[in-house]
Design a protein around this ligand. Structure first.
Ligand code: GDP
Length: 300
């Protein structure tokens, strides 16, 4: 249900356009394929993926000798499901012998703090003891903002003064987590992607500090991407994602865009799973990503 509501815009802006095309044209000819391509590209599925997808549809139409466009709908949803598959392990890894450390990275404004708050809430609902670390000491307001979410979720925040060394905050946070018998430690980090090498150094230092205390940590490094920025999100992910120890992606604000096809593009072009999706601004509006649910919510 949450997927259905959250994907309303994409359903209207993408799937209903396909439905309309099918009723309007009925026949599968060149113009049909062209219009279909336009709709898919408009939904941010990504040009390369669209080309492959439409080639496969053509092949299927030939093979099954399909004439009625209406028969394409289930084939299209099936193909989209295939493209998204591989994401089905959306579970977040946990440390079986102690504190699970989850690190968040992402450019400012993508919804990183909100996602941390939502995830803290989710774990808390599961009965876990959660602690937050205010590792974005760079951006004005980041610490307070995290505290607001901490209060909302009923979770403590470990912080230092703005401008302090993020690695020192992490050290404090790990110590506090140990003392307080915490299950899940969620760490915010600075979102200065424009300064990539500094950020990498900062991240590496954070990794080292955490690993000295908990060798198997961090158990997840989640990169947050804003779905409403479409292909830009993909560019960010490519620039930063695969080399920096990122283990999974979070796609926020899917409720705010008609271009939910970006999930397909990211899946195709990145070797990283989409683990969580943001479907609204409220604490409950975070869901594990499930390709089947996603496609069902769009097409059912
Ligand atoms: P940060 O700078 O990356 O920490 O971004 P914030 O967490 O402050 O979020 C930026 C804005 O995006 C805020 O207004 C949030 O309410 C909004 N936001 C975050 N996630 C979602 C989401 O899944 N859906 C919607 N509609 N808004 C979101």
């Amino acid at each position: 249900k949450q997927f259905r509501d959250g994907l309303e815009k994409t359903r209207k802006g993408f799937v209903e356009k396909v439905a309309d095309l099918i009723t309007r044209r009925k026949k599968i000819d060149e113009e049909f394929y062209e219009e279909l391509e336009e709709i898919l590209i408009g939904a941010d599925v990504g040009v390369n993926t669209v080309m492959t997808l439409v080639e496969e549809l053509r092949a299927e139409v030939k093979k099954q000798r399909i004439e009625d466009a209406a028969e394409l709908r289930p084939i299209l949803s099936g193909k989209l499901m295939d493209l998204l598959r591989g994401d089905d392990d959306n579970s977040l890894k946990e440390n079986p012998d102690g504190i699970t450390v989850i690190l968040f990275v992402g450019v400012n404004g993508v919804g990183k703090t909100t996602t941390i708050g939502k995830l803290a809430h989710r774990y808390k609902q599961e009965g876990k003891k959660v602690l937050l670390a205010a590792g974005d000491t760079f951006r004005a307001g980041a610490i307070e903002q995290l505290e607001v979410w901490g209060q909302r979720a009923g979770v403590d925040v470990i912080k230092q003064n703005p401008g302090s060394d993020p690695a020192a905050v992490m050290y404090d946070a790990v110590q506090a987590a140990k003392q307080r018998n915490v299950d899940i430690l969620i760490c915010d980090t600075a979102g200065r992607l424009q300064n990539k090498s500094n950020l990498m150094e900062e991240l590496n230092k954070i990794f080292r500090v955490i690993q000295r205390e908990i060798p198997s940590a961090p158990h997840e490094v989640l990169m947050v991407l804003d779905a409403t920025t479409g292909q830009n999100a993909l560019t960010q992910a490519k620039l930063f994602g695969e080399k920096s120890g990122v283990t999974g992606l979070v796609l926020t604000k899917l409720d705010g865009t008609a271009k939910g096809g970006i999930v397909v593009a990211i899946r195709q072009e990145m070797n990283l799973p989409v683990k969580l999706v943001g479907l609204g601004e409220k604490m409950e509006d975070l869901q594990p990503f499930d390709s089947q649910q996603f496609v069902h919510a769009l097409f059912a």
